[in-house]
Write a protein that binds this ligand. Structure first.
Ligand SMILES: NC(=O)c1ccc[n+]([C@@H]2O[C@H](COP(=O)([O-])OP(=O)(O)OC[C@H]3O[C@@H](n4cnc5c(N)ncnc54)[C@H](OP(=O)(O)O)[C@@H]3O)[C@@H](O)[C@H]2O)c1
Length: 382
C-alpha cells in the first residue's frame, strides 16, 4: 500500500469513526439497500473473511449509512459483524477496526504541522505542557507562557484541581490575541472512582475550563467500573461535549480491549508512563493497529528522577553532539519514536527550552542508542 493510499484509507476510516461518533443509530441505519459494489462482492462470495474488507466496502457502507430512510433488510449478509441480526453503525465500527488492523495503519506524526491525525478525525499537537502539581495560579501562568511560546496542547485532569487555572491561562491568551480556542487542544481526565458521576463530570470540567468542548478526555487510570466510565465518555462524544476520548495507565492490549469492550469508539490516545528507561514500544505497536497513539507522561522520569535521565551518559553525549540540552534530546526522542509528550514545567525558561526542539533531528544511530536505554523500570505503579 502506498503512503498516499494508506492516508486515504486512514482518512476514510476516520470518517466512519466520526459518523459513528455522530450517533448514527442502529434504528437509522438498519436494513438499508446494499450498493452495487457490495452486492456484487457479496453475491460472488457468501463467506467474506472477516479480515478481507476493502476500502470500497467501507466507503459503500458509509454511503449506505447516510441513505435515509433505509430501504431494504439485508441482515442475513456478512456485514452483521457483531451477529445481532441487524446491520448498523456498530458493525461499521467493527469493520473500521478490522480495516485498521489489516493495514496496520500507524498514525504518522507531521513535524511541519507538529501534529498527528487521530482516529477521531481531529489533529492533536504532538508536544504540549503538563500541569500536574500546579495550583490554579501557577497553571494559569504556565499555560499562558506556553501558548505564547507556541505550544498548542495543554494537559490537565480533574484530579489536579487546576482546570480553572488552565482555563484562565487559555482565556488570557485568547484575550491577548495569541491564540483562538480552535488553535488549542485541551486534555483533561476523569478518575474511574467517579463512575457514578462520570458523565456529569464532563460538564463540570467544561465549566471549570470555561470552554464549549473538550478536545480529549481520558479515563485517568483503570478501575473496577472503568467500562462504565468509558461508555460515559462515548456519550460525551455523541453529545458534542468531547471531541476525542482515550485512556491512561493501561499497559497491555488485553487491558485496552477490556475497557472498550462494550463501546463503539476506539481510544484516540493512551497516556502512559513512558520515558527512555521505560519505553512502551511494543504496546505502541499493538494499539497503532486501532489508530491509537501513545502519549508519554513523565517524559523526564518525573520530579525527583529527572537527574537520572539528564545525567545519563548516552543522553549527555547526544546533547553535546547536537548542541542541545539533555531535556531537548529526550523530548526529540519521544517525538521521533512516535510518542506525543507533555513535559511538566512551571519555569518559563524550561517551558521555552522544551518547545525548542523542531530545529534538529536525531539520526537513526542516535535513536538506536536511545532505544538501548530501556530497562523496563517504571517510577510509578498506578
Ligand atoms: N495520566 C497520568 O497518570 C499522569 C501521571 C503523571 C503525569 N501526567 C501528566 O504528564 C505531565 C508530565 O509529567 P510530570 O510533569 O509529572 O513529569 P516530567 O515532565 O517528567 O518532569 C517534570 C519535572 O521536570 C522539570 N523540568 C521540566 N523541564 C525541564 C528542563 N528543560 N530542564 C530541567 N528541568 C525541567 C520540572 O521542573 P520545572 O517546573 O522547574 O521546570 C519538573 O520538576 C504532567 O505534568 C501531567 O500533565 C499524567
Amino acid at each position: 500500500m502506498t503512503k498516499k493510499s494508506k492516508l486515504a484509507a486512514f482518512l476514510a476510516a476516520i470518517l466512519i469513526a466520526v459518523l459513528t461518533a455522530c450517533g448514527v443509530s442502529a434504528e437509522e441505519s438498519t436494513a438499508a439497500t446494499m450498493p452495487d459494489v457490495i452486492a456484487a462482492d457479496a453475491s460472488q462470495d457468501e463467506g467474506i473473511a472477516a479480515d478481507a474488507y476493502t476500502m470500497q466496502d467501507v466507503s459503500a457502507l458509509c454511503d449506505m449509512l447516510l441513505t435515509r430512510p433505509p430501504q431494504k433488510d439485508f441482515s442475513e449478509k456478512h456485514y452483521d459483524l457483531n451477529g445481532d441480526g441487524v446491520w448498523n453503525a456498530a458493525d461499521l465500527s467493527l469493520m473500521k477496526q478490522k480495516l485498521l488492523e489489516q493495514h496496520n495503519m500507524k498514525p504518522e506524526f507531521d513535524f511541519e504541522r507538529k501534529t498527528v491525525l487521530l482516529n477521531s478525525g481531529y489533529e492533536m499537537p504532538i508536544l504540549g505542557l503538563g500541569t500536574w502539581t500546579q495550583d490554579d495560579e501557577t497553571a494559569e501562568n504556565s499555560v499562558y507562557q506556553a501558548l505564547k511560546d507556541g505550544y498548542r496542547l495543554i494537559d490537565t485532569a480533574q484530579y489536579y484541581g487546576n482546570e480553572t487555572g488552565v482555563g484562565n491561562g487559555l482565556r488570557r491568551a485568547i484575550q491577548d490575541g495569541i491564540v483562538s480556542r480552535e488553535d488549542v487542544f485541551i486534555t483533561t481526565k476523569v478518575m474511574p472512582s467517579n463512575y457514578e458521576r462520570a458523565y456529569q463530570s464532563i460538564s463540570d470540567s467544561l465549566k471549570r475550563l470555561d470552554v464549549e468542548y473538550i478536545d480529549l478526555m481520558l479515563i485517568h487510570q483503570s478501575g473496577s467500573r472503568d467500562i462504565e466510565v468509558y461508555k460515559a465518555l462515548c456519550q460525551g462524544v455523541k453529545d458534542g461535549k468531547l471531541r476525542s476520548i482515550g485512556i491512561s495507565n493501561y499497559y497491555t492490549l488485553a487491558e485496552y480491549l477490556r475497557v472498550i469492550s462494550d463501546s463503539e469508539i476506539m481510544p484516540a490516545v493512551v497516556q502512559n508512563e513512558n520515558h527512555p528507561f521505560y519505553q512502551n514500544t511494543e504496546f505502541q505497536q499493538d494499539v497503532a493497529k486501532y489508530g491509537t497513539v501513545v502519549e508519554s507522561w513523565y517524559p523526564f522520569g518525573g520530579r525527583g528522577h529527572t537527574q537520572d535521565l539528564f545525567g545519563n551518559e548516552t543522553i549527555l553525549a547526544l546533547a553535546d553532539a547536537h548542541g542541545k540540552t539533555p531535556a531537548q534530546i529526550i523530548l526529540r526522542w519521544h517525538l521521533q519514536a512516535g510518542f506525543i509528550t507533555i513535559p511538566g514545567s512551571q519555569n518559563p525558561d524550561h517551558i521555552l527550552e522544551n518547545y525548542s526542539i523542531f530545529d534538529f533531528e536525531l539520526t537513526e544511530a542516535d535513536m538506536q542508542q536511545m532505544a538501548a536505554l530501556h530497562t523496563g523500570t517504571r517510577y510509578e505503579n498506578w
